[in-house]
Design a protein around this ligand. Structure first.
Ligand code: ADP
Ligand code: ZN
Length: 641
């Protein structure tokens, strides 16, 4: 996929680095030359012009050489030293006794500054002194080379050898010195453009729901007129949400490939530089270029790097905020009918700024989950087709062993297996290579990712089915939509997706109790099936306790306290913390009341599950097999007798 990729930068802002460099070098050289000139001292054996004339008139000079700015003259060999001293070492000359002793005493050649004196030649003739003009060879070109070109070259050498490698090293840290120096330069290679990604939906296995949502975008890029005719506005952007390696980039490329439009991609973190305003100007450039190339796809990876919520941090980051604002402005500003679609990827949707998710921006959210069993099998099939395999490979077995692995993990496993086959001197990948690769990839990643082992998988399945069963068995509970035991990145090992039938603002006491029972049913299921407790229920317990406490302290739903309020909510719009408004003794009583509610609900959960022990086992086993169970299937198993 790398082959038809080339870098392109915005034409308008090309600011070549060599020009910057030359300017700096010229400046430094200029300063150096100035310093050199300032350092030129007058010659030590220099006297005044008037003194020169005096020496001339007293007949002490033998020969004079006239230069551009000075005269150098030789004294008569038989000159009287004391007479010369008398002339030079006079009151107004400024030459001290010491200087005379050191510099002048034994010298024959002295200098004097040349004064404009039309009579000089006449005077020299008058005293019979030989004179000549010295022709100094000044080679302008050589001088120029010496004073200007040479230092610049030297500086370039130093720059290229030392400083650049230094900057490279420093530049690795984000926003370091290096990136500071690179501001002008890095614009040019900020994003990739692929004229044709050459990837289609058939290159993405599993992820059928995500693909379905994207098909419409492809259709829009193909024939926008169809949508314009009826007056429909197409979404300008869609957010691909999911853990790393699940194929978000691949999907975005597939959209571009299917629609046969150019694919611009860049990473959110590349936007944010040290200087305020750089990111914003980059966003502007990007949209300018994209506008020229429309229809096209712009893909922003790691959008959370710029789209971080603006209000939940101490000390704002001006640069990020400006970049985000520019992005929002551009998204609002561009003409959606032109056929530019922005796809963005993130694995932390919860921290995104709400403004990004408003209608007309990234209003579509496409969930890209870790693949379930059939998904993994098809991903394996797809990647295994790219390597030579033996006849007897069983990809289902591999898929079974890799619960929780992402598409990227699976692609990696197939590659590892192929490498192992080569190491073994075989021309084909065998099942044992694949099994071995699973271990390498899982063991290598044990800490990073959660891949459940067999026992954990069973526990999680029973736990989740416990929740769902409790919901289904209680009248007031909402029906389940889907249960999966594919581990999430958000921390849960599995989850039960409940679907409320309508939006609710008020809850009755019975509904709240039912909710607590449902929350506690996860642990209850573990207890019923395995007779032991695990740490998996911590979040459930926290939520159940919070609900029960609110019932007692805020909603007036306990027998002991009746309608008495024991807590009030402070800072409702910030952290929404509850603050006790009662005495400590009453608080302790309230705790007891909370405990009573919780244990009552737990007993109820246990009773519910014990009455349907077989169904719990049956549904859980199904879930362990399939990893995902829909609400319909769930009810079907539950209802059949
Ligand atoms: P993300 O952008 O979600 O981090 P990528 O799209 O970069 O993940 O996926 C990395 C690689 O993993 C892809 O190049 C592909 O080889 C493989 N991969 C991931 N998901 C799938 C999938 N659903 N089908 C086929 N290959 C996949
Ligand atoms: Zn739970």
């Amino acid at each position: 996929m790398e082959d038809n990729k080339h870098k392109q930068g915005p034409e308008e802002f090309k600011s070549p680095s060599w020009l910057n460099y030359l300017l700096v070098a010229l400046f430094v050289t200029f300063i150096l030359n100035l310093a050199l000139k300032a350092n030129l001292k007058p010659k030590e054996i220099q006297i005044k012009y008037s003194q020169f004339l005096e020496l001339l008139e007293t007949g002490n000079i033998k020969e004079v050489e006239i230069e551009d700015s000075q005269l150098s003259f030789e004294l008569n060999s038989g000159a009287d030293v004391s007479e010369i001293k008398g002339i030079i070492f006079s009151e107004e000359s400024g030459i001290t006794e010491d200087e005379w002793e050191q510099n002048f005493k034994d010298k024959q050649v002295y200098y004097a500054g040349r004064v404009y004196d039309p009579l000089l030649v006449e005077r020299l003739k008058e005293y019979g002194v030989a004179f000549s003009e010295l022709i100094i060879e000044t080679n302008l070109i050589l001088d120029f080379m010496y004073y200007w070109i040479f230092p610049i070259l030297i500086m370039y050498l130093i720059y290229s050898v030392f400083i650049r490698s230094l900057m490279k090293r420093m530049g690795q840290g984000e926003g370091g010195f290096g990136s500071m120096m690179n501001v002008g330069k890095s614009k040019a290679k900020m994003y990739n453009v692929e004229k044709n990604t050459g990837i289609s939906f058939s290159d993405v296995a599993g992820q059928d729901e995500a693909k379905e949502s994207l098909v419409e975008i492809v259709d829009f890029l193909h024939n926008p007129e169809k949508y314009l005719d009826i007056g429909a506005k197409q979404p300008k952007g869609a957010l691909l949400v999911g853990p790393p390696g699940t194929g978000k980039t691949l999907l975005a490329k597939a959209v571009a490939g299917e629609a046969q439009v150019p694919f611009f991609s860049l990473s959110g973190s590349e936007f944010v530089e040290m200087f305020v305003g750089v990111g914003a100007s980059r966003v502007r450039d990007l949209f300018q270029i994209a506008n020229k190339q429309a229809p096209c796809i712009i893909f922003i990876d790691e959008i959370d790097a710029i789209g971080k919520s603006r209000d939940n941090q101490l000390g704002s980051n001006d640069e990020r905020e400006q970049t985000l604002n520019q992005l929002l402005a551009e998204m609002d500003g561009f003409d959606g009918s032109k056929g530019i679609v922005i796809l963005a990827a993130t694995n932390r949707p919860e921290i995104l700024d709400k403004a990004l998710l408003r209608p007309g921006r990234f209003d579509r959210r496409i969930i890209v989950e870790k693949p379930d069993l059939p998904g993994r099998e098809s991903i394996l099939k797809l990647h295994a087709a790219k390597v030579k395999t033996g006849d007897l490979i069983n990809l289902k077995e591999i898929a079974l062993a890799t619960s929780g692995a992402t598409g990227a993990d699976l692609a990696n496993m197939v590659n590892e297996a192929a490498l192992r086959a080569v190491r073994m001197g075989r021309g084909q990948v065998l099942q044992e290579d694949l099994m071995e690769a699973v271990e390498v990839v899982i063991a290598g990643k044990e800490k990073k990712d959660r891949i459940l082992n067999e026992k954990e998988k069973r526990l999680v399945a029973y736990h989740e089915v416990g929740h769902a069963l409790a919901t289904a068995l209680q009248k007031d509970g909402t029906p389940v939509q889907k249960i999966t035991i594919v581990p999430r990145t958000m921390g849960a090992l599995g989850y039960t997706m409940n679907m409320p039938e309508e939006e609710r603002y008020l809850m009755s006491k019975n509904e709240l109790m039912a909710q607590i029972v449902t929350l506690l049913a996860g642990r209850a299921a573990e207890e019923t099936a395995f007779g032991e407790a695990t740490t998996g229920a911590s979040n459930d317990i926290e939520r159940a306790t919070k609900l029960a406490r609110s019932m007692v302290t805020q909603y007036g739903m306990s027998e002991n306290f009746g309608m008495m309020g024991l807590e009030s909510v402070q800072n409702q719009y910030l952290d929404g913390r509850n603050v006790a408004t009662c005495s400590e003794a009453t608080g302790a009583e309230a705790d007891k009341e909370v405990k009573r509610i919780i244990s009552g609900c737990y007993d109820k959960a246990m009773a519910l599950l014990n009455s349907e022990k077989e169904k719990l086992a049956e549904i859980s086993e199904y879930l362990i097999q399939e990893e995902t169970i829909t609400g319909e299937k769930f009810l079907q198993i539950l209802k059949q007798s």
